[in-house]
Design a protein around this ligand. Structure first.
Ligand code: HEC
Length: 168
């Protein structure tokens, strides 16, 4: 075998080896970044806050609150105001961002004042203060839905209790 052929064979072998080494490193790197990506996805999934579910609870308590307040059942009414407040607090604490909107900050800004007035209005002799505060809170629900891009979710005064198996 002549020397030039030998040299070019050796350099070809070297080239192939280096090529295989480099591609295997790249593949391993890709695999690692893919793994990290998948881990991130599952992490954010487990931290995902079910806002609609919390809002569904708020809606249920808010419905019951109307009937409790209208019957001057203040013990029950303050129970529901407290439950609504707790749901809102959990949303505030969870730093919820929905479609680019800071829902936690919006709750603090738009829901807290309404809750405070409801708390203060409860226990008054006639139900008119309660009704007034209830409607202020209801407007806050709807304003926030509008600001958060959900104007199609509109809350109105209930006519019949959502549950008929409870004494208000
Ligand atoms: C941050 C402002 C904000 C406030 C205050 C707020 N909401 Fe919501 N609400 C939202 C957003 C945003 C959604 C949509 C959630 C989603 O996209 O998953 C929603 C969804 C809902 C839904 C739909 C879920 C379902 O089960 O049908 C209801 C009902 C609801 N809200 C009721 C209320 C009521 C009642 C109040 C007031 C007592 C209220 N919300 C106050 C932002 C707000």
């Amino acid at each position: 075998m002549n020397q030039r052929l030998l040299v070019s064979l050796i350099s070809l072998c070297l080239f192939v080896m280096v090529y295989l080494l480099v591609t295997s490193i790249i593949n391993r790197k890709e695999l690692e970044s893919l793994k990290a990506h998948l881990k991130n996805d599952t992490d954010t999934e487990s931290e995902h806050f079910e806002l609609a579910e919390s809002m569904g609870n708020v809606q249920r308590y808010f419905n019951k609150l109307w009937f409790a307040g209208n019957n001057a059942n203040w013990e029950l009414a303050s129970f529901y105001v407290h439950e609504i407040e707790e749901v809102f607090e959990s949303i505030e604490g969870a730093q919820v961002v929905d479609e680019g909107k800071d829902i936690s900050a919006l709750v603090k800004m738009m829901a807290e004042p309404g809750i405070k007035s409801l708390e203060e209005g409860i226990g008054q002799v006639d139900t008119s203060a309660f009704k007034e505060n209830y409607m202020i809170m209801m407007n806050a629900c709807n304003s926030c839905h509008a600001v958060a891009g959900h104007a199609f979710i509109q809350i109105k005064l209930p006519e019949t209790p959502a549950f008929d198996n409870q004494v208000y």
